[in-house]
Design a protein. Structure first.
Lengths: 640, 385
């Protein structure tokens, strides 16, 4: 073999080696990808082609006790902007960057949103505000406007390329046939917040962007109303075009619910409350703007009407509320219209509490029907340096216990309170609690506050950092006896307390849910009435109190408001002193006095006197319930 | 030699190389199965499959012709072949003859009918020419002047290719030249120079091209997509929806195939169109997805057998010229296998180079079968003087 042939042979060997090396390196790479990482790639391939689409379940309707639709659903065309669109995404990123100089300019917004904004009658900045809302998941299309007129829709879809990221979808939204009526009970809906999402049961399957109840019954019975979302697995091709349905689980619609509310009574209650505020203005209480009215069925605890002023329109929240509107609704200057004052606000009950103090006195033997007291206007039993005044500074003279209720004489109740103080057993407090005061009523509405029954332990803890204010003093019990001091109650608590007095001393748990309906429209589940508290007051003492309360509306502080009313009403006026504010007007009652059906409580913040402002409101609410004539009553009341 | 005593039967038996023919047939069958699977869900898929089979049949013509021609005679045709070579590479640029597809003017078209990509058969012409040139040095290329002359021919060829412009095919020519020069006895240091020139060349071309683009204001010479492909290779996350998309989808397809694959026609990456160019440049991704590592192993095994059989033919050649031709054909196949499979798994930049015997496309099929013909021509004349 020649040297050349040997050389050639080694070159062939080198070439063979290169062949083997090249093929081996490819094989090694394929081994790593297919054998070692095969599963991860398989998962990626699956992600590529499988899309899960959630099918929204129609939300359940909300009906009043007679089956009238308070909240229903309707389909509407919504204009949304997809933040995944390149132009839109760029603006969002710029706006979110910390560097303020990066913020999109007006010209940028005009370029991207100018067209759609003009058609929708919005400004580009308003459109962008909805799009850049960071409360919503980054990639979900944002609803910019709902109820868009058809001609606008057709323009948007015909000239789609002129509107970056704009999409048109049919969405279901809530409809409120009665407008803002009952807004505080019903509540409103909105997109689930990240906080709600985190707090929700993971098995409930909420996704960001889902519409959920945010307040009222919508929130309280969210799990009943919401229904179960359906799921559809589809296979898509590379351009995202669905090829076939792999699996489908249909949505289960939410259940309809029937409330205890009677929308006709609700209408009257809201009107009466508004009239009471107007009446307060007429009586020169210019700061009166807010209040609440509640009606409960004394035997079942059913809430027939619950009004809170100022109110709001739940439809404002449809399609996403704007920042400006939200600010307005949560601003102090507008008196927080979203708050349901019937359960979320606690006030001193003032003289309406005298019914409780009176019953406590009767039960404990401190007082009795016909016991006489002497009212000189000024009361100095606790010492001359601690004088207390009756609202009637010239004094009621000799007055009976029953007359003390009728005329709302403070002196009578100072005496009773002072007696309770001297017995040192906090009996007034424990008696108040037997009516459920000082704790949640357990009403099926969110945000309830429990009010406060002040006692020595509370005072000590409350003034932890002020040792000189920690001691429980005689004045504390005396103030509490007339419903002032540190005592706080919600309007609902006062309604249930009066319902308890009417219902043989038994307080039923107040509630707004009557029935949950099945898919066949028939009642699937009903709210079972439950006893909240049993005061154990004797029938005899209850009768004494009932008679005294009837005297209030026939000849006492509430007589003006109930003149000519065809049904006997047992009620009590109240005028609460609140530091730095005008007096709060109260009226609590139940009727008919002899066979009670309904209890009502009305309060108007800074409205002045109960007898002249809130008692006429209660009269009209009861009139509606008891088939009496609704009239406008102007009367006067100077009592507290 | 007792040539006169040879019977015709023996002559035929001598000219048949069983391994090469066997492996070629196996690869063609494998390729047909894969093209059939890849085109199954396409509109006009069966038409594509027919065209693929037609390409195989048409490819038998150059195979038989090359086999029949005594390759030694080609040595004396260098002049006409050079003219043919130049014509083939320039033809797409001739108005009325050329046409542009996917950014490259690389098709020959007559009366509006697309015929073939002339750069494909040009590869074989290049091999024959280079073999003649290298053979002159009788297995020793140690003078710088000689090396420069040979590399000059290569440079000219590449310059013509870049006119189209087709970067991938240019690289095939470099690979062909490399293997031939290796067998032709070029000194090691010239290879180093060749490598250096290649790297500097690519960087330089990219740089000059970008500068030119900026001066002229639009794409000249290299297209932006070609530059993108190179850059995406360096950083696949660069633009997942654009140039990197193909690579990402191809890797998902191959990787998801696992050991045994999803089965023919059942690859979701392929059938739901996530894979681009799935019957042509990315046919291997379909194979990887549907037949898995097992299928890939079979394919690489067939290629190994084909190349080793080719090497045996080179070794059997009675002269250096024949060995060089075989080396050129091997270099062409080996590089195309490396580049095509390599790009589908992210080892190589994405270029439009078909996978030998597997990809749909008549031009490359005809060329590869012509290459087989050249091998058989060398083999059948191994006993000659």
């Amino acid at each position: 073999m020649t040297t050349f042939q040997q050389q050639l042979k080694s070159r062939f060997a080198a070439l063979g080696l290169i062949v083997i090396l090249v093929l081996a390196s490819l094989l090694l790479r394929l081994w790593s990808m297919q054998v070692l990482s095969g599963e991860s790639y398989a998962a990626q391939a699956k992600n590529n082609r499988i899309r899960e689409i959630s099918l929204d379940a129609p939300r359940g309707r909300i009906l009043d006790r007679n089956g009238k639709e308070l909240v229903t659903n309707r389909a509407t065309l919504a204009v949304s902007v997809d933040p995944a669109n390149d132009d839109v995404r760029k603006l969002i990123i710029e706006a979110q960057s910390a560097d303020k100089t990066d913020d999109p300019t007006r010209a940028d917004l005009e370029r991207v949103f100018g067209g759609v904004a003009e058609l929708l009658g919005m400004t580009p900045a308003e459109v962008f505000e909805k799009v850049s809302d960071s409360r919503v998941e980054a990639l979900r299309p944002r609803v910019v406007a709902i109820d868009v007129p058809l001609d606008v829709i057709s323009q948007l879809s015909e000239r789609q390329q002129e509107f970056p990221g704009v999409r048109i979808d049919e969405v279901a939204v809530r409809e409120y046939p009665y407008g803002s009526l009952g807004a505080h009970v019903i509540g409103y809906t909105g997109e689930i917040s990240e906080k709600q999402m985190a707090a929700s049961d993971p098995t409930a399957g909420y996704e960001l962007g889902d519409i959920v109840g945010k307040a009222g019954v919508e929130s309280q019975y969210e799990n009943v109303l919401q229904g179960d979302k359906g799921r559809r697995l589809i296979e898509v091709n590379a351009s995202g075009k669905p090829q076939r349905i792999i699996d489908e689980q249909p949505a289960v619609p939410g259940r309809d619910i029937k409330l205890t509310i009677d929308i006709e009574v609700q209408k009257v209650a809201e009107q009466a409350l508004a009239d009471a505020i107007a009446e307060a203005h007429r009586q020169n209480f210019r700061n009166a703007e807010a209040g609440a009215a509640v009606v409960v069925d004394v035997k079942t605890g059913e809430i027939l009407a619950m009004a809170s002023a100022p109110t709001y329109d739940p439809a404002t929240f449809l399609g996403g509320i704007s920042q400006a509107e939200w600010t307005k609704l949560t601003d102090k200057a507008s008196e927080y219209p979203l708050n349901n004052r019937a359960v979320m606000a606690a006030y001193p009950p003032a003289s309406t509490f005298k019914a409780v103090t009176g019953l406590a006195g009767l039960q404990s033997g401190i007082t009795y029907s016909g016991k006489t007291y002497s009212c000189a206007g000024k009361w100095v039993e606790m010492g001359k340096q601690w004088p207390k005044w009756c609202w009637n500074h010239s004094g009621h003279g000799t007055i009976s216990f029953d007359g003390g209720i009728e005329e709302s004489c403070d002196t009578v109740f100072y005496e009773i309170g002072y007696e309770f103080y001297k017995r040192k057993k906090e009996e007034l407090q424990s008696f108040s609690r037997t009516f459920g005061l000082g704790s949640d009523t357990g009403v099926d509405l969110p945000g309830e506050v429990s009010g406060r029954i002040p006692d020595a332990a509370w005072k000590k803890a409350f003034n932890e950092n002020y040792p000189e204010y920690q001691t429980w003093l005689p004045g504390d019990t005396v103030n509490m006896a007339i419903g002032q001091g540190d005592l706080l109650v919600t309007p609902l608590q006062m309604a249930t307390t009066y319902a308890g007095i009417a219902n043989r001393g038994v307080v039923m748990t107040p509630h707004v849910l009557k029935d949950v309906l099945g898919s066949d429209g028939k009642v699937a589940r009903s709210y079972e009435p439950a006893i909240l508290a049993d005061s154990g007051v004797s029938a005899e003492n209850l009768a004494i109190m009932r008679n005294a309360l009837v005297r209030v509306t026939t000849q006492g502080t509430g007589a003006g408001a109930f003149r000519g009313f065809g049904v006997t009403v047992a009620g009590k006026t109240g005028t609460a002193q609140v530091y730095g504010k005008d007096d709060y007007a109260w009226f609590c009652a139940f009727a008919p006095a002899q066979s009670p059906k309904y209890a009502v409580a009305v309060v108007v913040e800074q409205g002045g006197h109960g007898g002249s402002v809130t008692a006429p409101a209660a009269r009209n609410i009861l009139a509606k319930l008891l088939g009496q004539k609704i009239t406008t009553v102007h009367t006067t009341d100077n009592s507290r | 030699m007792r040539r006169v005593e040879k019977t015709l039967g023996k002559q035929v038996r001598d000219s048949v190389n069983v391994p090469i023919m066997l492996f070629t047939i196996a690869l063609l069958a494998y390729g047909t199965v894969m093209v059939s699977s890849a085109t199954a869900g396409m509109t006009g898929g069966s038409g594509l499959l027919k065209r693929h089979v037609l390409g195989v049949v048409v490819g038998l013509v150059p195979l038989v012709v090359a086999w029949a021609i005594d390759y030694k005679k080609l040595k004396h045709w260098t002049g006409p072949l050079l003219t043919l070579f130049a014509f083939l590479l320039v033809s797409p640029r001739i108005p009325g003859l050329g046409t542009t597809a996917k950014g490259a003017t690389s098709w020959l078209q007559v009366f509006g009918v697309r015929l073939f990509q002339p750069s494909e058969p040009a590869k074989l012409v290049f091999i024959v020419i280079m073999a003649a040139l290298i053979a002159e040095y009788e297995g020793r290329i140690d003078k710088p002047r000689d090396a420069v002359r040979l590399l000059g021919y290569l440079g000219m060829a590449i310059a013509l290719i870049l006119l189209q412009p087709d970067l991938g095919t240019g690289l095939v020519f470099v690979a062909i030249a490399f293997t031939m020069l290796l067998v032709g006895g070029m000194k090691g240091r010239y290879f180093a120079v060749l490598g250096l020139v290649a790297v500097v060349g690519i960087v330089g071309i990219l740089g000059i091209d970008s500068t030119l683009d900026r001066i002229v204001g639009h794409d000249v010479a290299l297209k932006d997509y070609q530059k993108d492909r190179l850059l995406v290779f360096i950083d696949p996350g660069r633009d997942p929806a654009g140039a990197g998309y193909n690579l990402a989808q191809s890797k998902i397809a191959i990787g998801s195939g696992g050991i045994s694959g999803t089965g023919l026609k059942s690859g979701t990456q392929s059938n739901l169109h996530f894979l681009p160019e799935r019957h042509t440049d990315f046919i291997f991704a379909v194979l990887g997805e549907e037949l898995g590592f097992t299928g890939a192993l079979l394919l690489l095994g067939l290629y190994l057998a084909l190349l080793i059989s080719s090497l045996a033919i080179a070794a059997s050649s009675r002269d250096l010229y024949g060995a060089l031709i075989v080396a050129g054909v091997m270099g062409m196949w080996l590089f195309q296998i490396l580049e095509n499979i390599g790009m589908t798994v992210g080892m190589m930049p994405i270029t439009g180079i078909p996978l030998p015997f597997m990809s749909f496309g008549s031009s490359s099929m005809v060329t590869n079968l012509g290459g087989v013909g050249l091998l058989l021509s060398v083999w059948s004349r191994r006993y000659g003087t």
